[in-house]
Design a protein. Sequence first.
Length: 484
Amino acid sequence: MSFTADRLILFGATGDLAQRMLLPSLCALHGDGLLPADLRIVCTARSDHDDESYRVFARAALETHLPADRRPAMEDFLARLFYQQLDATRREGYRELAARTERGADGKAGGLAIFLSTAPSLFEPTIAGLANAGLTQGNVRIGLEKPLGTDLASSREINDAVAAAFPESRIFRIDHYLGKETVQNLLALRFANILFEPVWNANYIEHVQITVAETVGLESRVAYYDDSGALRDMVQNHMLQLLALVCMEPPTSFDATAVRDEKVKVLRALRKVDASETVIGQYRAGALDGSAVPGYDQELGKESDTETFVAIKALVDNWRWKGVPFYLRTGKRLPERVTEIVVQFRDVPFSIFGARGATTEPNRLVIGIQPEENIELALMAKVPGLDREGIRLRRVALDIAMRDAFSGHQRRIAYERLLLDLLEGDQTLFVRRDEVEAQWEWIDGIRAAWADASRAPRPYPAGTWGPSAAIALAERDGVSWHDD
Ligand code: BG6
């Protein structure tokens, strides 16, 4: 069923995500003339607003979070916004919401997109309310923001509730990492070049590192984060999606079914992890960029066993990846904000330069996702000279900064693409139910292993790369994390 939505309902419209990402993305798309011309955006939340006061609220969010050069058309954009106050747990409000969304009455074609950016506990009542008000029938699709549950069982419950009202083809589960340009570029790198595919396997790749490091701490998300922790907040979704894109077999086409079929095979091939293959940590007071920052327990106001750092050695049990370790690492209050994938190749099987005193170092591909988008391939080269005292070889980088290579192109917020795909109905960059469930199954196994081993997070000072055990986790395999 292909349609472009001409109405969008935004649940959680006064929340943090709406202010920082959703409204700015929609406004930027509007400014570039990319939103459907007659799109109405009905915003809803529990707060008491009318259209006018919500537009004032939205304007403030845009002024704070959208760069000035991307908001010239703000007035026109604000005119697209309407507000309907709603307590998602009470049925009554949904009828008014349906009326505000102006659907059904005129039997007009077009379609509705619904975006839920609310606590997962509200998903079920919201879907029941929408169904009751006739807002799930016909040309309707629904976008769901994470977290989709806290474990496999709760995620199944949510998925079942959504499936009762929407077929899978109309459910858009968001992982905003899939909307990031360089994450998609990973697919271009792998599947639009002949160079890498022949060496993209256990015969040539020694290990892979995936790091998602953040400098921020708890921010204002006390209740959510302390119930979640780094494993469920970052590994279950974003990091496993990155891993799946690195590992998957070439899909037969760049479409939703083909891509997701390949990703889910990888997720299902993840080997169950032993507690000894993981390290968890929690930041204590320390310093970042020369400023003192408090510890997690101080920010929280109590002691807690929640991990703010996790490192895992993962293995993918299939033909292509047999025995190749994937070192995953993420944490808050680390020394820098960086998301990158490091593919470490094996050394040459025999060096013809050895007898001339030169050593070789294996090739390495670094895919920088943020803050800088770049692709760096480390190659061996000869140091210029007459070599009377032996040949000298040195590692040099072929370095492509995406910003320079594509300088005339607008950099976009991940949500711009995802919201547009939701309105237009392209599921390729959204996560299918079987993927989410395979992700949870693996994560539940890790949490069970931690519980069996009575694992508690080790402290690390804010501004460092996590507990020293994380270094040891890689070093005992002769691997160093790529921290330079
Ligand atoms: C979110 C997590 O999904 O991703 C946050 O809940 C994290 O804890 C954020 O800070 C990171 O996103 P990005 O795009 O800044 O890397």
